[in-house]
Ligand binder design. Structure first.
Ligand code: HEM
Ligand code: HEM
Length: 176
């Protein structure tokens, strides 16, 4: 199947590589790593950018706005079958709190364990491991402020996290 994707004549993922890396490992936190991300999740994000449901990209994803379905599907399939990135080096200081939030949540604040959803089970819950810390923190802040409006559950969770918790959790996940 992977070979069939790479041989697709229009290779729609090549344009994506300018920002996300053709190996799906982008160079800066401004652009998310896509390598090994779940295929259905990538496809949903592409559809959400295209429809305007997700608009927190400062217009940089707008090039995909006129992509036909088959191009979105091919690009998602391409990036999802690349080898996942290696963890980033650790930058945060409060590993134990971040680890607790990820594994057990913050019951007092009504925050569920991130791991209850972000695991290998469901196709629409993205991998967060080894993603750029700065990208993860931006997503959580964008969910919290409502700038990223394409998931109500994550918005509700992000609103219950302090900005410090967001930075710590993002740093922990990036280095995991
Ligand atoms: C975000 C795919 C082209 C810039 C994303 C996401 C996906 C994606 C799936 C969301 C990732 C996630 O939620 O983890 C693609 C594909 C492309 C493409 C398949 C080609 C068809 C580009 C190009 C640029 C770009 C050419 C730069 C001009 C960005 C930025 C974000 C993003 C800045 C993050 C926005 C934010 O902070 O939330 N892209 N992309 N993308 N992409 Fe692309
Ligand atoms: C998306 C973090 C808990 C379901 C995301 C993203 C981040 C994140 C950073 C965006 C990833 C990206 O753009 O690549 C967290 C953290 C959690 C947590 C830190 C714990 C504090 C949960 C829980 C659920 C969940 C408990 C399920 C009830 C989802 C879903 C998406 C998502 C479905 C994709 C939303 C979309 O389609 O755009 N999460 N999450 N998360 N999360 Fe969570």
């Amino acid at each position: 199947f992977a070979d069939a994707i790479v041989d697709a004549p229009d290779r729609p993922w090549e344009a994506c590589g300018n920002c996300h890396g053709v190996d799906g490992i982008s160079a800066t936190a401004h652009f998310p790593k896509l390598a090994g991300q779940k295929r259905a999740y990538i496809e949903k994000q592409l559809r959400d950018f295209r429809s305007g449901l997700r608009i927190n990209d400062n217009g940089q994803m707008s090039g995909t706005g006129d992509f036909p379905d088959h191009a979105l599907e091919l690009a998602a399939a391409y990036f999802s079958q690349l080898s996942a990135p290696s963890p980033e080096s650790r930058e945060n200081n409060n590993i134990s709190r971040a680890k607790t939030i990820v594994e057990s949540g913050v019951p007092k604040a009504g925050v569920p364990a991130c791991r209850s959803c972000h695991n290998g089970d469901a196709n629409l819950e993205p991998w967060l491991e080894a993603q750029h810390a700065g990208y993860l923190a931006k997503q959580l802040k964008d969910f919290k402020s409502g700038v990223r409006g394409n998931d109500k559950v994550m918005a509700d969770i992000a609103r219950r996290l302090s900005d410090d918790d967001i930075e710590e959790v993002a740093g922990f996940l990036a280095s995991t």
